[in-house]
Ligand binder design. Structure first.
Ligand SMILES: [Mg+2]
Length: 112
């Protein structure tokens, strides 16, 4: 099945595990599956920077007005989400399970 078809099968009711599986297929299809975890982490941080810039732009933060910034918060969030899930895959982490376990711990913490 082609990647676009696999993407078409995902919808609002897809699970995080299904999306993680799609990310695995996507990385293979685009031949990014040989990338090291260190490089992937660096690219993830780059995307976080792009998200910060997009937020700064959307909140009328101080930016060079002679430059064209064609990023959107929505798009950069999607980039960060893709990298996050891929880094989870590279570490054999089920991100849904990890989220549940971590949030369970957070629920027991005392916040003041
Ligand atoms: Mg980006």
């Amino acid at each position: 099945m082609e990647l676009k078809e696999k993407l078409g099968l995902l919808n609002e009711k897809s699970s995080v595990a299904e999306i993680q599986e799609y990310i695995k297929d996507m990385k293979k299809a685009r031949k990014f599956d040989g990338v090291t975890i260190e490089r992937e982490m660096m690219l993830f941080v780059e995307e976080i920077g792009e998200l910060a810039k997009a937020i700064r732009k959307s909140t009328k933060g101080c930016l060079d007005i002679s430059k064209e910034y064609d990023t959107s918060v929505e798009e950069e969030l999607a980039d960060c989400f893709i990298y996050l899930l891929n880094i989870a895959n590279m570490n054999n982490v089920d991100i849904f399970k990890a989220f549940k376990e971590k949030e369970k711990k957070n629920c027991d913490r005392v916040w003041k």
